[in-house]
Design a protein around this ligand. Structure first.
Ligand SMILES: Nc1ncnc2c1ncn2[C@@H]1O[C@H](COP(=O)(O)OP(=O)(O)OP(=O)(O)O)[C@@H](O)[C@H]1O
Length: 122
């Protein structure tokens, strides 16, 4: 019983830590704020243009992938700045790769958005 309880409490604490991280991202990271704004805009657009259930799912999936990778990119940047605050070729490469991952997800999300909305707007 005690073991079960401590498992439940530790899971609950982990959710709290994750919530703190998500709050930090939304409060401090300009790119996450922009992406969240785009997410809200797409929700409004989705209702206005009456997209299908499948399109809603794909839209949520695309934006959640972009925002999640952006969060990981921020974590990598924070780690890099902490480990090596001075300029270094390796840090440059590490940060460029992390930013490249966000870029790739964003390009595919834009393509998905165009596939969903262009026929409806036309
Ligand atoms: N310590 C460093 N050494 C070498 N190059 C760096 C270093 N820090 C940053 N850079 C270069 O500058 C670019 C931008 O880094 P920065 O940490 O400002 O990321 P950013 O994407 O501008 O940050 P944010 O996501 O907060 O807007 C990196 O992709 C890298 O090319």
């Amino acid at each position: 019983m005690n073991k079960k309880k401590s498992f439940f409490i530790s899971r609950l604490k982990s959710v709290g830590f994750a919530f703190r991280g998500a709050y930090f991202l939304l409060k401090t990271e300009a790119s996450i704020q922009v992406q969240f704004g785009i997410f809200l805009l797409l929700v409004v657009l989705g209702f206005c243009l009456n997209i299908s259930t499948t399109e809603w799912l794909i839209q949520f999936l695309a934006i959640s992938i972009v925002m999640s990778i952006e969060g990981i990119n921020t974590a990598v940047e924070e780690l890099a700045n902490f480990i090596h605050p001075e300029k270094h070729k390796k840090i440059e490469l590490i940060k460029d790769i992390a930013a490249g991952a966000v870029f790739m997800a964003s390009i595919f999300a834009i393509i998905i958005g165009l596939i969903i909305y262009i026929p409806k707007i036309i």
